[in-house]
Design a binder for this molecule. Structure first.
Ligand SMILES: NC(=O)c1ccc[n+]([C@@H]2O[C@H](COP(=O)([O-])OP(=O)(O)OC[C@H]3O[C@@H](n4cnc5c(N)ncnc54)[C@H](O)[C@@H]3O)[C@@H](O)[C@H]2O)c1
Length: 259
């Protein structure tokens, strides 16, 4: 496959999980990939594997983003993937936790997009893929993370509308639960957490990083040339409806129907 042949891409948070899968997939599709990560060794490991370039950068810091963009040169595809954050309950979290989560999940996309848009505008083309979450579309705890992911969806729409006339597309994806190291802390507490969560998913499994990478490869490619301002859920059907509630609504529901 070579849907991204000749394209130059930056994947932030490319050293782990979803970002690593996107970096790998982009390389398979023919793209030259800059793997950017806060943890330099992670970026290096992925870059070596895929024949890309590693850059250590904290994408919440403007000076780091400037260095990243400077070293990358021409960029056709930006994937704002770095993110995470488990802080929740407004009554519990501190101002510092709020700022950290919002900076990581929203400000980072602002900084990277702002730095790369002028070049894209000049060339009259470019794609920005923002990795949001189902948390940006409905309540699943982690308030600052979720508020930032919702903000990221609207930032996507803003960029799509404002820069569309320059041939720039901006899209977002909203993954459900994906099996990545992001979950490690919760897995340590409850090793079988994914087995418990699958019942909420119509497809009866959690997602794999490759499920997300498949969608991002499509959205970044010319196969999606008329798609912009869109949010694509990659969630195994999670937000399509509430099966548990529907079962309880139907007259013939019996608790024995539960799987
Ligand atoms: N895993 C899920 O269930 C899930 C679900 C929905 C959305 N997402 C989103 O997908 C994206 C990737 O998540 P993941 O599960 O692969 O996480 P992960 O923790 O496996 O990987 C995140 C990577 O980002 C890097 N990173 C963290 N802060 C950074 C910073 N300031 N600058 C640069 N790099 C930084 C980390 O070092 C790490 O390598 C995130 O935006 C996350 O919110 C994940």
């Amino acid at each position: 496959m070579s849907r991204l042949a000749g394209k130059h891409a930056i994947v932030t948070g490319g050293g782990s999980g979803i970002g690593r899968a996107i970096s790998r997939r982009f390389a398979t599709e023919g793209a030259a990939v800059v793997v950017a990560d806060l943890i330099g060794e992670r970026a290096e490991e992925v870059a070596v594997e895929i024949g890309g370039t590693a850059v250590q950068a904290d994408v919440t810091v403007a000076a780091d983003v400037a260095r990243l963009v400077e070293s990358a040169g021409r960029v056709d595809v930006l994937v704002n993937n770095a993110g995470g954050g488990m802080a929740d309950d407004l009554l519990e979290i501190t101002e510092e936790q709020w700022d950290a989560d919002v900076n990581l999940n929203l400000k980072s996309a602002f900084l990277c997009s702002k730095a790369l848009l002028p070049g894209m505008i000049e060339r009259g083309s470019g794609v920005i893929v923002n990795v949001s979450s189902v948390n940006g579309m409905a309540f699943f705890a982690n308030e600052p993370y979720s508020a930032a992911k919702a903000g990221l969806i609207n930032l996507t729409r803003s960029m799509a509308v404002r820069y569309g006339r320059h041939g720039i597309r901006a899209v977002a994806i909203a993954p459900g639960t994906i099996r990545t190291p992001l979950w490690q802390e919760r897995i340590d507490k409850e090793p079988a957490i994914f087995d418990r969560l699958v019942r909420w998913y119509p497809l009866r499994r959690v997602g794999e990083p490759e499920d997300v990478a498949n969608a991002v490869a499509f959205l970044a490619s010319d196969d999606a040339s008329w798609i912009t301002g869109e949010v694509l859920r990659v969630d195994g059907g999670l937000l399509a409806g509430n099966e548990q509630m529907a079962r309880e609504l139907v007259a013939n529901f019996s608790p024995d129907d539960e799987e």
